[in-house]
Design a protein around this ligand. Structure first.
Ligand SMILES: *Cc1c(COP(=O)(O)O)cnc(C)c1O
Length: 493
């Protein structure tokens, strides 16, 4: 299977090459030349598979050149506590797909535990024998998930930069205490944009690239536009459907809706790809927080990033430019690469672009969009708990709130899965506040209080943070990132 760039279809590469490169040299994103079909017989054969087998089956449709996918998915998903993507039914036709039983308790673990294996195998497939140096700028969840994913994987090293005053105390502790022989973490003086800009500059710094090359190493990116981040996420849409089918809650070929708390549009795009491969999906419901640029896009056909940026209690969705939307845009433009390039240029230049009415109408056949502001998010946490004694985190609560709007507006009674993206114990203070509980100042006290209130045990690795050694306390200026990386990975004379 070939992969083509969204801004120039003639630039085609293998899947392995798309993963090694991350982004196309023309600045576009790699998309599969065609969508592999999963037939009814394929679905039936997947019923008896466990999650790692389902993953190897789906991923193998896109990346047939990678050998031993089964071993890779087995190893990656052994890091999860039980089933990596269990479906919980809380009411008739109402389900939660819990994607947070991995090492960092957010859904990014599903892709980032597997990516190191995909990357190593892809490098082998294209004949690249350099060691991999992954640099990540993070606003919280991605950095920790990348550290856990690449930790002690042979032939790789990972360094994460986070803004010294831009992540939550719990996220900071998670990174400062990271274990593993090939990991490094440093805080950058400044905000997330400063960290991201500095990392981007390092990626293209010629002298730095040369220094790495001399010691047999090369940079790779683990960010969410890499196809290697996207493809593992397609799997859980199939897996959730199969579990519901297996339980006899939906007839063969019957449809299921998914509600997805959305930021960079990677998660929900994977659901769209599953649909294109033949999964019987009714509606994909795109749930945004107060940063509701996507809601407006789906409803009015204009993407307009020229707006105020709000910090919310669902920080992983605080995004104004959703990078992966470019891949959907390419599809709805009838795979017109020139038009996609033009719109992306408009977004870069003016901060906005518009699609046609007929494109918008076609989108609305597949998607429905809504948003929840801060009050509605908190109210949803309380409502779900009052009705079902089930505690959701603020990101998942945004989806729960938008699902209620959807039902109200459409009356649709199709069975629906809320994609649950983080453990509530990652955000104990927001959740306690929403539940009207007393909120201790200390984060760990808040975790214990939430255990009492929810009657759920907190993940062990979160509780353990309180006693772990802080290994990484460096704080550096953004202009020093290059030297920092050179010291870590450059040739030692
Ligand atoms: C990253 C993240 C999201 C947003 O996912 P996208 O793929 O960026 O749309 C939602 N919830 C949580 C907890 C996340 O970490």
């Amino acid at each position: 299977m070939k992969f083509i760039s969204t801004v120039n279809k003639r630039n085609a590469v293998s899947g392995a090459e798309a993963i090694v490169r991350g982004i196309a040299p023309d600045g576009g994103l790699y998309v599969p030349e065609t969508f592999p079909r999963i037939s009814a017989a394929d679905l039936a054969s997947m019923l008896d598979m466990d999650y790692p087998e389902r993953a190897a089956f789906i991923i193998g449709k896109f990346l047939p050149e990678l050998k031993s996918l089964g071993e890779m998915t087995e190893k990656a998903y052994a890091r999860f506590d039980g089933d990596p993507a269990p479906v919980l039914q809380i009411d008739d036709g109402y389900y939660y797909l819990e994607l947070w039983h991995g090492p960092t308790h957010a859904f990014k673990d599903i892709a980032l535990t597997l990516l190191p294996y995909l990357l190593s195998a892809s490098k082998k497939a294209v004949g690249d024998d350099s060691e991999t140096v992954v640099l990540v700028a993070t606003s919280g969840d991605t950095g920790k998930a990348a550290l856990e994913g690449f930790k002690d994987v042979d032939g790789t090293g990972v360094t994460v930069f986070y803004p010294s005053d831009g992540v939550s105390p719990m996220q900071k502790l998670q990174m400062m205490t990271q274990e593993g022989g090939n990991v490094h973490v440093a805080a950058i003086r400044g905000n997330f944009d400063d960290a991201q800009t500095a990392v981007k500059a390092a990626f293209t710094d010629k002298t730095l690239i040369d220094a790495l090359q001399k010691s047999g190493k090369a940079f790779s990116s683990a960010n969410s536009i890499n196809f290697g981040r996207l493809v593992p996420q397609i799997v859980y849409y199939f897996s959730a459907y199969l579990d519901i089918l297996d339980a006899g809650r939906v007839q063969e070929g019957g449809k299921v809706n998914f509600v997805v708390p959305t930021g960079n549009f990677g998660n929900i795009l994977a659901g769209y790809y599953a649909m294109r491969m033949g999964l019987p999906v009714g509606k994909l419901i795109c749930a945004s927080n107060r940063n509701n640029v996507l809601t407006e896009f789906f409803r009015e056909g204009q993407y307009d990033a020229r707006r105020e940026f709000f910090k919310t209690q669902s920080p992983s969705m605080d995004i104004l430019v959703s990078s992966n939307l470019e891949r959907l845009l390419f599809e709805i433009a009838g795979r017109d690469d020139g038009l996609t390039a033009k719109r992306m240029a408009e977004l870069k230049g003016n901060g906005a672009y518009t699609i046609t009415d007929s494109e918008r109408a076609a989108l609305n056949e597949l998607f429905w969009a809504g948003y929840a502001d801060e009050d509605a998010t908190a109210a949803a946490i309380a409502d779900v708990f009052d009705e079902y004694e089930y505690v959701v985190d603020p990101h998942t609560a945004v989806a729960a709130a938008v699902y209620e709007q959807y039902k109200e507006e459409t009356g649709d009674e199709t069975p629906t899965v809320i994609v649950s993206t983080a453990s509530p114990f990652k955000f104990p203070k927001s959740v306690l506040t929403a539940l009207g509980e007393r909120v201790p100042d200390d984060d760990f006290k808040a975790v214990y209080r939430l255990e009492d209130v929810s009657a759920m045990p907190a993940p062990e690795s979160i509780v353990a943070l309180e006693r772990m050694e802080k290994r990484f306390a460096d704080i550096i200026d953004k202009q020093d990132i290059g030297d920092y990386v050179r010291t870590l990975y450059g040739k030692k004379d």
